[in-house]
Design a protein around this ligand. Structure first.
Ligand code: CMC
Length: 432
């Protein structure tokens, strides 16, 4: 496979017998032991609950070095993309592997712009949800429902690209409609004269009664936020998308599964929990030390939300960008958010504490993102939907990479069984 070279064979001994296992070395010298033949040759499997040491695929989309705090999409550093690129440019880069030239970009933007309307019948689905429904639940249901309107791609490349465009185009509309539904306002239809991010903000905040102009600072902040969330290699939701896609499920079904995986508070749901935690600390007279102590207390299941990461054992580069964006944006907007001060104080106290230093727990992407979302008027229960909107190109890129891989097999891990051995059925009358 391109970009991957062979290393020296690894040796493993099981019951005194030696087995040779090939190794693979990635572009950035990451080393993997290829265990594909291990079970057929030795009868043994590898055991890795939580998959912390398991490579599920070879991928050319995103590189992370968690020890050094590096994140690159298709080789481009996240810092450069966040500063210079447009979100749809990054979508193209992630999905198709290269930065588009001007003609490719115009064509792509035009297609995405023109597919943003939802089938009118889909509006009926929104009506069926209670106003109190979490927008993540509406988003997951609506994205899965798109499969009812558009044909399964199977192996048709053109149809695959069309469904990719449809999904990128319609998810902002679904997300904004879910919000409008939750606050009882009329849906605002997409506008083709606006950019992707402007259009989303317009659908969120415009009302028929008056003109709404998207503030350029809101637009700039949203563009950066979406780029920072666009991909993060084999995280829980992306692995879910690949898992579901490996059964040959269609794009919409696979992405809907990813949205459900993202919802959990240990993953994308953390951004909502961070603001709720900061608010709680604020209302508790800003007593940061008390919450740091609670997070360290093993008898208490409280954790500092927005802290820690499976891969980053250093400052998450996305959190660094968002912290300085918050510092720059809030004063420009004249928005003095006491939660930003609480967040910075919390970070300062935690990063001096032995518990957090020893475990290499640093702020992650979710720590400062909510403060910026608040500043641009996005309500707390929409934060995880915003994460999903940003992560969409990453999910799509991984789904496409998987489906175009001729060696793809259905994903099907094994297990070590720990239940009872064979025993005979006992009738009710004889059960103790
Ligand atoms: N607060 C307090 N202690 C923590 C935290 C935290 N936020 N995160 C990890 N720890 C401790 C944990 O208790 C464990 O301690 P010990 O070794 O004494 O048992 C140690 O650090 C390792 O934690 P872990 O749970 O084994 O690590 P993990 O890799 O399985 O989990 C994590 C990673 C992100 C789920 C976890 O750090 C966490 O729950 N963080 C809070 C939720 C959060 O912010 N999630 C967003 C992640 S970034 C965005 C995304 O990708 O979704």
């Amino acid at each position: 496979m391109e970009g991957v070279r062979k290393g020296e064979d690894a040796k493993i001994y099981i019951d005194g017998k030696e087995y040779l296992l090939p190794t693979v070395i990635g572009t950035e010298d990451e080393l993997g032991i290829d265990i594909r033949r291990l079970r057929s040759e030795s009868g043994a499997i590898t055991l890795d609950p939580g998959y912390a040491n398991t490579g599920s695929c070879i991928s050319s989309i995103t590189y992370i070095n968690g020890e050094e705090g590096i994140l690159r999409y298709r080789g481009y550093p996240i810092e450069q993309l966040a500063e210079k690129a447009e979100f749809l440019e990054v979508c193209y880069l992630l999905i198709y592997g290269k930065l588009p030239d001007q003609r490719e970009y115009n064509y792509f933007v035009d297609k995405v712009t023109r597919h943003s309307l939802l089938h009118e019948d889909m509006k009926n689905f929104f009506a069926g949800f209670p106003n109190t429904a979490h927008p993540m639940c509406v988003l997951a249901a609506m994205v899965a429902s798109l499969a009812a309107y558009y044909p399964d791609e199977k192996n048709d490349l053109e149809l695959m690209d069309l469904n990719i465009v449809r999904l990128l185009a319609k998810v902002p509309t679904i997300a904004a409609f879910a919000y409008k539904k939750s606050i009882g306002q009329p849906f605002v239809y997409p506008r083709n004269d606006l950019s992707y991010t402007q259009n989303f903000l317009h659908m969120m905040f415009a009302v028929p009664a008056e003109e709404y102009k998207v503030p350029p600072l809101f637009n700039k902040a949203l563009n950066i936020l979406l780029i920072l969330h666009a991909d993060h290699e084999q995280n829980c939701s992306t692995s879910t998308v690949r898992m579901v896609g490996s059964s040959m499920a269609n794009l919409f079904a696979s992405i809907a599964a990813g949205i459900c995986a993202l919802w959990g508070p240990l993953h994308g749901g953390a951004n909502q929990r961070v603001i709720e935690m900061l608010q709680m600390i604020y209302e508790d007279k800003g007593d940061v030390a008390k919450y740091v102590a609670m997070a360290k207390d093993k008898r208490n299941n409280f954790r500092l939300m927005g802290f820690g990461h499976r891969v980053y054992k250093n400052y998450d580069p996305r959190a660094r960008i968002l912290k300085s964006l918050a510092d720059e944006l809030l004063p420009e907007l004249g928005y003095d958010d006491p939660l930003l001060e609480i967040a910075k104080h919390l970070e300062e106290v935690a990063l001096k504490d032995e518990y957090f230093l020893e475990r290499k727990l640093y702020p992650n992407v979710d720590f400062y993102s909510g403060i910026i979302y608040r500043a641009i008027g996005i309500p707390t229960n929409m934060f995880t939907v915003m994460f999903a909107l940003g992560r969409l190109p990453g999910w799509i890129a991984h789904w496409r990479e998987l489906r175009l891989d001729p060696s793809m097999r259905i994903h099907r891990p094994r297990q070590i069984y720990s239940g009872p051995s064979k025993r005979d059925y006992i009738p009710f009358t004889e059960r103790g």
